[in-house]
Each structure stands twice: as structure tokens, then as C-alpha cells.
Design a protein around this ligand. Sequence first.
Ligand code: G3P
Ligand code: CA
Length: 383
Amino acid sequence: MKKTNYIVLVLILIITACKKEVKEKKQLQEMNKISESAKRVRDYVKKDIIIAHRGSTFLTPEETEPAYRWARNIGADYLELDIQLTKDNQLVAFHDDDLKRTTNIKEIFPDRIDATINDFTLIELRQLDAGAWFNEANPEQAKESFKNLKILTLQDVIMIAEGNKIKRENGKPVKALINDTWNGNYKHEKDPNDNGNRPGIYVETKHPKSNIEKYLKEELTLLGWNINENPKQIKIQENKVNIADTNARLILQSFSPESIINLENHLPNIPKCFLLWKADMKGDFKETYAKAIDFAIANNAHIIGTSIAGEPNNYEELTSDWMAELIHESELLIHPYSFDTNEQFMEYSKRIDGVFTNRADLALEFYGRKKIISKDVLINLGY
Ligand code: G3P
Ligand code: CA
């Protein structure tokens, strides 16, 4: 082929590819937008929020007391937790379906190691050590005081957000008895090392078991965190995180479309995030992506939670420029997961509205809010 013919051919191919991209984008741009009432709820949520993913998976055993006390004291805007329902219908903060990765189930219930968390009562779960595994998996971050940590309830996490901790006597958690009976709950006390931050909570319904949303609504209402039903007033201080005393003290999230619908039925007027995961998105990718956004709009969600690519998680890219553009064109917010490095903050920060991060310390510094030595915060908390 002559050189000029070759150049013309290449140009034609480039122009065709560009036209296709423009056409596809144009099709996708003709998308729905969220309703006026959804905008009102969306606007409860502050911009550039720092969401402490499971407290922190980097510095502490995930979803345990040190993880959330650290996240609160360091100044994260939200404590992120995954919610599961126990056999006796209590709500616990726990990520996995089963207990193998992050507890000593092998030692305590050797014949039930494959059972799912829903097969255990709260009293049984409180017998497990949810911290020692971390020391083995992360020797550089290991601490003696991470041993014998408890799986937490939703109530425990809310108590931490409000400046408390589990009450201990002689190092042991104090049981909260009702009519001389213990149902697995502990008492709480004011955290002597609380520094006054009052973050919100960002709650994910995990692998929804039937009716988890109903129990979630009941518990949140009881604890004064359902803004629809007589929410409690939470004391805040100037120059501290104060999300716990706003209409966005609670944000709800789920990968499950069914759960997003159920959450809206039980807990309307509360910001909701529809989480996306590439493996769930079958068929033409751009169409499926647009459909997911449409689902969120149709069901009164306010935020899309997308994965980011790259180390260390190596998730699929669901937060590229065009994807963030589509989400914003629909007037939704975008909160991607999960940030572990400065490079990730630099790459994505301009096109997003908040971050799920295991490094709330790095995020605070990146956004110019605070420079802090994160390990000192743990030491000050007694770990
Ligand atoms: O909730 C956002 C992010 O936490 C989703 O991923 O698996 O860590 O719950 P995962
Ligand atoms: Ca989560």
C-alpha cells in the first residue's frame, strides 16, 4: 500500500472511531435526571466527603472498635460499615458472608467453619476474636491490643460515632442485661479519648437476608438516627466534624437493587447510594452502565458508588471520565471505592464527590484539611 493511501486509511479509521464514540455518548447523554425531591435529599450530603471504609482495613482490623475510634478521631466524615443480620435478628457490622477470613471461628466453632454469619446468634458471635487474624496478615501494622476484639453491632458503631466506646471492667466488656437476661449487647461509656468529632455513618446492607431493611429501620429509629422519626439531637463543637447532627447523618448503600428498593420503602428521605460492580453488569457495557444509573434515578437513589482500578485492589474501572460525566449529567453524586494511595486521590479527585478510603489520614491531607500522624491517633486511643 502506498504511504499516502495508508495515511488516508488510518485517518478514516480514527474519524470513524471518534464518530462512534460521539454517537454512543450522545445516546447515553439523553438520560433521565433525578427528581426535585431527590435533589433536596442529595443536597444534604456535603461535597468531597471522606468515608472511612470499614473504619480502616490498612491500619486496624476492619469494622472493629479501634478501626472506628481511629476513623472518628482522625476526622473522617463517615464511618462505613457492612450490615448483616444474625440468627436472632440483630444487626452486626461485618463484611464477609462467613467468618473464616477475619475471626478465629476455627478454634471456637470448629464444626461450623463454613456456616454463614446469619447462622450464628449475637451471643455466639461475641465469643469470636475479630482482631488476631489481622496481626498475622499484616505484621507491620500488628498490635498486641488488636487481639480479642469483638464483632460490633450497629449500636456499637453508632455509639462510637457519638463519642463513646464499649464499657469495660477489668478489660472485659460489660454486658447490658434486660430483665437479668443477656442478648449479646454490651454497655457503653463516654470515650475518655474522644476528641469531639461527630461523623455520620454510611451503612451497606450486605447480602440482604429477607427483611434486613425493616430491622435496620427499627434499630436506627430506636437509636435516634432515623431522621424521619424524632431524631436525637447530637451535640457538636465548632471546628470538629459535625455530620452526626445533620440530615445526612446516615447514608444507605447497597449493591443489591432489591435492597435499594426496600431501603427506600423503609427509610425514605435518606441519602442512598447504589453500588456498582462490573461482574454484575451483563451485556453491552455502556448500555448496562446507563441502565444502572436509570435504576438509581427511578428508585430515588442519590449517589452511585463505583469501583476504581489499580493497585492494591485491582478492581475493574467503573470511574473513568465518561462514566463520571454520565453520573453527573443525571445530577447524581459519585462516591467511588476504595482509595488506598495518594496516586489514586490524584487520579480521580477532580471527577468525584467523595471517597471510600482505608486511609482517611491520607485523604484528609490530600484535601488540605489536616496533616496528622495516623499511628499517633491509635496510640492516643490506647492501642
Ligand atoms: O461500600 C463501598 C465499598 O465498601 C464496597 O465494597 O466490598 O468493601 O463492601 P466492599
Ligand atoms: Ca461496604
